[in-house]
Design a protein around this ligand. Sequence first.
Ligand SMILES: C[S@@+](CC[C@H](N)C(=O)[O-])C[C@H]1O[C@@H](n2cnc3c(N)ncnc32)[C@H](O)[C@@H]1O
Length: 191
Amino acid sequence: MENKAKTNPRDCHVCPAERAGWLSTSLRRLIHNPEAILRGLVRKGETVMDIGCGPGFFTLPMARMVGKDGTVAAIDLQQAMLNNMLQRAERAGLRPRIQPILCSEASLVYSGPADFALAFYMAHEVPDVARFLDEIHGRLKPQGKLLLVEPKFHVRAEAFNKTVRSACEAGFHIVSEPQVGLSRAAVFSRN
Ligand SMILES: C[S@@+](CC[C@H](N)C(=O)[O-])C[C@H]1O[C@@H](n2cnc3c(N)ncnc32)[C@H](O)[C@@H]1O
């Protein structure tokens, strides 16, 4: 039988939609508590982006945090991930606050401007991270913030530091390096 991963390396690089259950398990909250991680970064009435939202582990808490007058642009490459997130949002009564966006590797397909962007455990899946960070920069309001979080078990310190340098070259500066379980993390502000 043909090995699809061998014929298209990008297929094995992007987290498959079959892992959606693992990403949205409530046990994950013991390590990644969305409200604690996003405290002070997401506020009532804001427009925020959850880039590479997957099944919405962060999207739903973000929708609660922005309240009924805010919006979460939930952006992902995979329609199956968006569908999973939307089902969960519907059940939680949060669907009206969420704008689902099917993006491509070449474009976020979102014009913004947003107050905040989250890129949680997804930047290492992006082939051209410099272009990606440049695009996020262009979709944020002046002084808008970006929280970048990468898994320690996939992304070495050297690779993370390279991504941080790309963010600075895109026009961001680091404002803090929060502690996030099993992760490397940085909060940036738009220059
Ligand atoms: C490991 S999952 C993390 C999902 C979510 N952020 C979380 O922490 O639960 C990575 C997600 O990023 C998405 N992704 C990968 N590359 C992307 C890109 N260039 N633009 C948007 N989403 C992307 C994948 O489809 C997948 O849903």
